[in-house]
Write a protein that binds this ligand. Structure first.
Ligand code: MN
Length: 723
């Protein structure tokens, strides 16, 4: 490790003068004095005075050519965190811009970064951007991290690992996002060195060998290009460019290669041609392609289509001298600066006068707007600006669980939203909330970086009031669902009570009704799906309890009457007639003859066990049998019985002539059957259709009747009908 150079104030001021000549640097000098006093007596692990750290950070920021408030903030960035200084003091002495940057950096350092970072790196980066408000906060944080990485050797091993991983996963991608390529590369290589020291050492050695071996080749190609540029009258320079170690390492891993297979990577070292104008870039591309054969699919035009972080360049890979592949990048000086320094390059180089003037003002919005203005010159800057804008003014807040998990919620979200984001039950029983250890009201507006703790109690229930302030649709729908269910329970309770009261007036209870076999039928008669819906309807007042009780009583009476009739008929002893029904091995089973097929004694029949209403008897050929549950079908047979009579329906087709009805009636009466109903239709083809409902003793009786009728002249057909 090289011995760290201790930065002096004059180094910082000189650096500032190099890009802001004549700038008034009193703000920076004042910050230096203040920081020196605040950190007096503090020592870093390296043994150096603590002040060396903020000095180095400020110097890095000056190397990034940032504005004066940012450099002042770099000097002050640890004063609030590590000394007795308050943010109010900073605000009072250095103004809002400096104070806001210092405050932002301090807040970031308070974030509870834990082992969870790995899983949520993307959210964490977004959160940093969201917290920052001002990108300068991120830039100071990056400079701070860079210096800490440069001096990481003084840290104990476990801290080195944690900090390096965090740098690799959070800060290097942020630097890349902002287009600050040199910073990204340095952060990655430092992290790589601490995380995988053995791989780092071996790879560095191997890369050095490869570079040494290719040096002559590169020089040869370089000379050819330089000569050609001169010939064409293009002013430009050609530099050898070495890929940084971590990107080589990543490339090896991506391609499942070991360090020994390094020779397979052709772009470890390449060339970069830097010219003045955009049109010269394409000229140079033409020259390169005329000298060496390009490899198809390897040409990329990032000038016409810049990368999201504003990077612009032409890339091509050609088969150079000796058949060896090499990558050549072509860009302008401006593009080269942007590629190295990212956004900082853009606003400083092009607008240094405005920057100097406005650095006294506050407001990151203005700063961003200027950046957007600059971007209009670029051909396709939309992606970058959009993504930057989203990150700077997100519609989201990022908050922590006490365990360090990050939850992303919409702006304006409350502890109740957070509770439902954890779990529905946590939401339902969310009684109190603590933010950063302090109790807050449930409608508190969560801020990015808050650590939120929900206190649940079993008796807590969702409240309708919560709907007034929750922001997430998840919380809203869960609360509504709960309230709806709760209301239904209330309605049901009300319905039950009203019904019970009404039933008691007729010496019944609701329980008796619910147990009664007719209850479902009653519900359906009011067009409800089931009894619960009926009860709910009473609760809602759609139906009075009187209506229900009345219909129940009426229906029950009617049913009882029917049953009685059947039983009476079966038992009537004086009525001569032969048969009755039985199921083997049972007595006193209640039978109903099905209305659909009207079976007669002597018919082949099948019984169907109904729910609570005895057995319904169908003719064996009744089409309705197919629709019934076969499990409930049962054998029944006719037995010599007590001489009941049964109804049967027949259908007689005749020619249409006078006296037919009289003839048929006569034939029926001759068999001692009663005609209960008769009707007649004439058809267009001069035929008549008679329907008779008859009272008969059994199937044999009916067969006799039908035979007699068939004998009548003019009768075409006689059929027994099902219903
Ligand atoms: Mn620091």
């Amino acid at each position: 490790m090289k011995k760290a150079y201790i930065v002096r104030l004059s180094d910082i001021l000189d650096q500032i003068q190099s890009y802001l000549p004549g700038a008034d640097t009193r703000l920076v000098e004042k910050a230096y004095v203040f920081a020196a006093r605040a950190h007096a007596g503090q020592v870093r692990r390296s043994g150096e005075p603590y002040l060396s750290h903020p000095m180095s950070v400020a110097y890095i920021l000056a190397q990034m050519k940032l504005d004066l408030p940012t450099i002042a903030a770099g000097l002050l960035h640890d004063t609030v965190e590590d000394t007795n200084v308050t943010i109010e003091e900073i605000r009072h002495l250095f103004g809002d811009t400096v104070a806001d940057i210092v405050d932002g950096v301090t807040k970031i350092s308070h974030l509870p970064v834990k082992s969870k970072v790995h899983k949520q790196a993307e959210n964490f980066r977004k959160m940093l951007l969201a917290m920052a408000n001002d990108l300068r906060v991120i830039l100071v944080k990056l400079a701070d991290r860079l210096h800490n990485m440069r001096t990481l050797e003084y840290m104990p091993e476990h801290k080195r690992q944690r900090i390096s991983r965090e740098t690799l996963e959070i800060y290097a991608p942020l630097a890349s996002r902002l287009g600050i390529d040199w910073l990204k590369r340095e952060l990655e290589d430092l992290s790589f060195m601490y995380l995988y020291p053995e791989d780092y050492r071996r790879l560095r050695e191997e890369v050095d060998k490869v570079v040494a071996a290719r040096q002559d080749f590169i020089e040869e190609v370089k000379k050819i290009i330089v000569d050609k540029l001169k010939e064409e009258g293009i002013k430009g320079r050609v530099i050898g460019r070495r890929k940084h170690l971590f990107s080589i390492y990543r490339k090896l891993q991506r391609n499942n290669l070991s360090i020994d297979q390094l020779y397979l990577i052709y772009d470890i070292i390449g060339l970069r041609v830097i010219v003045q104008q955009i049109k010269e870039c394409y000229q140079v591309l033409g020259i390169v392609h005329s000298l060496w054969k390009p490899i198809p699919g390897r040409f990329k035009d990032y000038i016409n289509l810049p990368k999201p972080n504003m990077y612009q360049s032409l890339h091509t890979t050609v088969i150079g001298p000796g058949g060896r592949q090499m990558e050549i990048q072509i860009r302008t000086e401006d593009m080269d600066r942007v590629a190295n320094e990212g956004i900082a390059a853009h606003w400083l180089y092009k607008e240094d006068k405005i920057i100097a003037a406005s650095s006294a003002k506050n407001g990151q919005l203005e700063w961003l707007e200027r950046l957007i203005e600059l971007q209009k010159e670029l051909q396709n800057p939309r992606d970058f600006i959009e993504s930057l804008r989203m990150d700077l003014f997100p519609d989201e807040v990022y908050v922590f669980t006490p365990q360090g998990d990050i939850k992303v919620l919409p702006r304006g979200a409350t502890p109740v939203d957070f509770a439902y984001a954890i779990h529905t039950e946590v939401g339902h029983h969310c009684a109190r909330a603590k933010v950063n250890g302090r109790l807050v009201p449930l409608d508190y507006e969560l801020q990015t970086g808050d650590i939120v703790e929900i206190v649940t109690t079993p008796h807590q229930k969702p409240s309708r009031d919560w709907l007034k302030f929750v922001k997430t649709s998840r919380a809203r729908s869960r609360i509504k669902q709960w309230l709806k269910q709760e209301e239904r329970q209330r309605i049901l309770a009300a319905g039950r009570e009203m019904l019970d009261r009404e039933f008691r007036k007729v010496k019944l209870t609701l329980a008796a009704f619910l147990d009664h076999e007719l209850s479902e039928e009653i519900a359906k008669s009011f067009s409800f799906k089931n009894v619960e819906e009926l009860v709910a309807a009473v609760g809602y007042g759609k139906l009075t309890p009187q209506q229900v009780v009345k219909r129940f009583l009426v229906t029950r009476e009617k049913e009882a009457g029917q049953e009685e009739e059947i039983i009476t008929r079966k038992r009537r002893p004086h009525h001569r007639g032969p048969e009755a029904l039985s199921v083997e091995g049972t007595e006193d089973v209640l039978f109903h003859l099905s209305k659909c097929c009207k079976p007669l004694p002597g018919d082949e029949v099948v019984g169907y066990i109904t729910r609570g209403r005895g057995i319904t008897v169908h003719r064996a050929d009744c089409p309705n049998l197919e629709t019934l549950d076969p499990e409930r079908l049962i054998d029944v047979k006719w037995e010599p019985g007590d001489g009941a009579t049964y109804t049967a329906r027949i259908w007689v087709l005749t020619v249409d002539k006078k006296g037919m009805l009289a003839s048929i009636s006569g034939a029926i009466s001759a068999t001692e059957a009663n005609i209960l109903e008769a009707d007649l239709k004439t058809t267009q083809d001069r035929r008549a259709l008679f329907n008779f409902v008859l009272e008969v003793s059994n199937k044999a009786h009916l067969d006799r009747i039908m035979n007699n009728v068939k004998q009548i002249e003019g009768v075409i057909r006689v059929e027994r009908k099902f219903a």
